[in-house]
Design a protein around this ligand. Structure first.
Ligand SMILES: [Zn+2]
Length: 406
C-alpha cells in the first residue's frame, strides 16, 4: 500500500485554495465562517484565500447575512461567468454541444445532424468547426474557455483519448484527442460517452449518502459506468463498464464484438429494431408493420415500444424479452458491485415506466441477495446529459491537475 505523500507548504496552500473555491461552487452563496467550518480550516486561512479570489475576480460579494445579532457576515458567491467549459457529445448521426459556466450551469446548447463518419479526419474536422463556430457566436473569448470535453461511443484509451474501436462509427485506432486538439486553443479531453453520461447523471442525483452508483446507458447500444464517491471508476485501461458485452444468452445472436448472445445483441435499441424487422415478415398485421408503413428497414426501437403500448403481441414479446435480459445483466453487475443506486438512462428509457418495472422485476428475480436498500431508478432523460457530462469530466480533470486560473 503506498504511503501518503507529505505535503509541503505550497501544496497545502493550493489544496486549501481549491477546497475553498470548490466549496463556493458547490455550496455558495456562503460566508467565510461557514466555509471554515465546512472545510475544517481556520477562519484567517479562509480570509486570505477569499482576498486572493476577490483579486482574481472569480468571486463576488452578494450582501450580508439576514439573521442573528451583531455584525452580519458578508455572503460570498462564485462569479458565474468568470470562465466556461464546453461539452460535446459525438453521437452517431447527431452532435450535441453545451457550454457551461463556472458553477456548471448551462449557458447555451445546440444540436446538429452530422453526416457519414468517413473519412474520419474530415468528420472530426467538421465537428471541430461546428464547436468553434458555436462558441464564437456566444461571444466568449477563448481565454475564458478552460477546455472542451468530448464524449465518444466506443472503447477509448485512458490518458490518450484514442479511439481503440467504435463499432457504431466503424472506427478503429483513431487518435481522436490529438486530432481534435490540433486547432483548438484550449485543452481537449476525450471520454467514453457512457462514462461522461454517468458523471453528469450521478452529479444530478448526488447526495452524501450515496457511495456507489452504477449508471447504465440503454440506447442504440448498451454501456455502463461506475461512480464511487464522486469519482469515475475507469478500470486499468479505461474500458470498464462494458455491460453490453456480457453474455446473457449463449445461444443468442452474433454481436458486433464477435461473441454471441451479448446483452447488447439481444436488448439494445438496435437489437429491438432488428428483431421487429424479422418478425413483421411473419406478422403482416402487426402494429409494427402499420407504424413503419411496411418499410421494414425503417423500423426503430420507438416504433416497437409504441406498438407494444398499443397492445401488439409480437412487439410486447420483443420488449419484455429485452427488459428481462437487461434485468439479468443488471443482476450480475449488482452481485459484483453492490451499489447503492442503479440509474437507467438512454433513449430506451424514454418509453414509459412499464419498461423500468419489467427490468426491476427481472433483476430482483436474479439477484443473489435482496438487501432492500438498492435503489433502481430512471435517470434525467435529458438529451444533453452526455454533453454536460463531457464538460464536467473536463472540469474535474482541470481541478485534479490544479490548473484552474485561480
Ligand atoms: Zn458483444
Amino acid at each position: 500500500m503506498p504511503y501518503d505523500k507529505k505535503l509541503n507548504q505550497f501544496q497545502i496552500a493550493q489544496t486549501n485554495k481549491y477546497n475553498v473555491f470548490r466549496c463556493l461552487v458547490r455550496e455558495g452563496p456562503i460566508n467565510r465562517a461557514a466555509i471554515a467550518k465546512r472545510l475544517d480550516i481556520s477562519i484567517p486561512t479562509v480570509m486570505v484565500i477569499v482576498e486572493d479570489l476577490f483579486e482574481k475576480k472569480v468571486i463576488r460579494s452578494v450582501g450580508k447575512g439576514e439573521f442573528g445579532v451583531g455584525k452580519q457576515p458578508e455572503i460570498l458567491a462564485i462569479e458565474p461567468d468568470c470562465f466556461f467549459y464546453v461539452g460535446v457529445d459525438i453521437g452517431r448521426g447527431t452532435l450535441r454541444i453545451v457550454v457551461n459556466n463556472t458553477t456548471g450551469s448551462e449557458v447555451a446548447s445546440m444540436k446538429e445532424p452530422t453526416g457519414d463518419p468517413f473519412p474520419e479526419k474530415e468528420f472530426i474536422s467538421h465537428v471541430k468547426k461546428l464547436m468553434l463556430r458555436f462558441v464564437k457566436k456566444l461571444k466568449i473569448g477563448p481565454e475564458r474557455i478552460l477546455g472542451a470535453g468530448f464524449a465518444m461511443p466506443g472503447l477509448i484509451e485512458k490518458g490518450t483519448g484514442k479511439v481503440i474501436v467504435a463499432p457504431d462509427f466503424g472506427w478503429k485506432d483513431i487518435p481522436l484527442q490529438d486530432w481534435l486538439q490540433a486547432g483548438i486553443p484550449y485543452p481537449v479531453l476525450v471520454k467514453n460517452s457512457t462514462q461522461a453520461l454517468a458523471v453528469n447523471e450521478s452529479s444530478v442525483f448526488w447526495t452524501d449518502e450515496v457511495h456507489t452508483t452504477l449508471c447504465v446507458n440503454l440506447g442504440y447500444g448498451i454501456g455502463a459506468a461506475i461512480i464511487t464517491g464522486e469519482d469515475l471508476y475507469e478500470g486499468t485501461g479505461g474500458i470498464s463498464g462494458e455491460l453490453g458485452h456480457c453474455v446473457v444468452d449463449r445461444e443468442g445472436p452474433l454481436c458486433k464484438c464477435g461473441n454471441t448472445g451479448c446483452l447488447e445483441a439481444v436488448s439494445s435499441g438496435e437489437a429491438i429494431a432488428r428483431q421487429a424487422q424479422t418478425i413483421i415478415a411473419h406478422h403482416a398485421r402487426s402494429k409494427i408493420a402499420e407504424f413503419c408503413g411496411a418499410n421494414a428497414a425503417g423500423i426503430d426501437a420507438k416504433m416497437v415500444f409504441d406498438a407494444a403500448k398499443a397492445g401488439d403481441g409480437p412487439a410486447l414479446k420483443i420488449i419484455n424479452s429485452a427488459a428481462e435480459n437487461i434485468g439479468v445483466g443488471l443482476s450480475m453487475a449488482v452481485n459484483l458491485l453492490d451499489p447503492d443506486r442503479v440509474l437507467l438512462c438512454g433513449g430506451l428509457m424514454r418509453n414509459g415506466p412499464a419498461f423500468l418495472d419489467r427490468i426491476q422485476a427481472s433483476m430482483e428475480e436474479h439477484l443473489a441477495v435482496k438487501t432492500g436498500r438498492l435503489v433502481l431508478q430512471a435517470g434525467t432523460k435529458d438529451e444533453y446529459s452526455t454533453a454536460k457530462g463531457a464538460s464536467r469530466v473536463l472540469m474535474n480533470t482541470l481541478w485534479a491537475r490544479r490548473t484552474l486560473p485561480i
